[in-house]
Write a protein that binds this ligand. Structure first.
Ligand SMILES: Nc1ncnc2c1ncn2[C@@H]1O[C@H](COP(=O)(O)OP(=O)(O)OP(=O)(O)O)[C@@H](O)[C@H]1O
Ligand SMILES: [Mg+2]
Length: 280
């Protein structure tokens, strides 16, 4: 992988299911990359603006946001905001993003974020935080990304919904982005919860290498970090979640470097569904 800041690697965090730690994972991975010296741009694709808030910016106080960039009213760097972390910037969201979503849906726009990514310079990584549901922003993020990262809770509904995300991956590969890669990882895992252990083993059996070995456990420090407006590594550097997101980042970096364009072991829709079926 060419680590020049001229050609950023684009990682999208998405899942159909809400509340699976998409935003928390963007923060954790962004923090781990930034502390290693990579320049990171976090892009908030959710009109709820959780990522923007968790990086210390209130949507009400933001004059220019991603919506105006995607509207092509201003260049991308006009909406850029610094964070308290060196090397980590954010393209913030506000509620106005919903209007862009409606417009993109009506006009069948799938390459809006790809155009944005092609204009961006000066970062090693662009991280997309997608909204819940397989929205037009999620589709656009997958079209623009090198790698999709799918966080899942070790719960039945979350594991089951992975099949829908993978159907979308399949469609995106057949249309706009044949080289799209993906990795699944488990979040909010509780060691002593037997159902969690069961679903973890089902996910391992179904997805094999497609499932990251690193598992993110429950750690209330991530909530405190979001309130403080910084990634976990800059709030509680030695906390469990900080360490686990470092390990996850290392694992994903190794994967992304190893096969820049090759698509690895894609399960069929049937096998993807089995993870959930087996968890019943
Ligand atoms: N490892 C963790 N330990 C404890 N709490 C966590 C952990 N990861 C996430 N959470 C909490 O779970 C909730 C959902 O996380 P988050 O907002 O990151 O999910 P999301 O997938 O982005 O949600 P949405 O679908 O609404 O965008 C938040 O309150 C967050 O603080
Ligand atoms: Mg979120």
């Amino acid at each position: 992988m060419n680590m020049s800041a001229e050609r950023p690697r684009v990682w999208a965090f998405a899942h159909q299911k809400g509340g699976v730690a998409k935003t928390t994972s963007v923060l954790g991975v962004a923090g781990a990359l930034a502390e290693r010296g990579y320049r990171v741009l976090a892009v908030d694709l959710d009109p709820q603006a959780s990522l923007t808030l968790a990086l210390g910016h209130r949507p009400a106080d933001i004059p220019l946001s991603l919506a105006q960039v995607l509207d092509q009213r201003v260049p991308w760097h006009a909406a850029l905001l610094k964070t308290e972390v060196e090397h980590l910037d954010v393209l913030p969201a506000t509620g106005r993003l919903s209007q862009i979503g409606s417009h993109w849906l009506a006009t069948g726009t799938y390459e809006g974020l790809r155009r944005l990514v092609q204009a961006i310079r000066g970062y090693h990584f662009i991280l997309f935080d997608a909204p819940p549901s397989l929205s037009i922003f999620t589709v656009n993020a997958l079209v623009a990304a090198h790698l999709l990262l799918i966080p899942t809770q070790p719960e039945y509904f979350s594991a089951y919904a992975i099949r829908h995300v993978l159907q979308l991956v399949q469609w995106v590969r057949e249309t706009y982005n044949p080289d799209l890669k993906y990795r699944i990882f488990i979040t909010m895992f509780q060691k002593r919860n037997r159902a969690h252990a069961l679903i973890r083993s089902r996910l391992e059996a179904t997805f094999g290498m497609g499932l990251c070995q690193t598992v993110i456990g429950v750690d209330t420090k991530v909530r405190e970090a979001a309130i403080a407006g910084v990634p976990i590594q800059y709030f509680a550097s030695r906390s469990r979640a900080a360490e686990q997101y470092r390990a996850l980042t290392q694992e994903v970096l190794a994967y992304d470097q190893q096969t820049p364009t090759q698509v690895v072991s894609q399960p069929t829709q049937e096998t993807a569904g089995r993870a959930a079926a087996g968890a019943e």
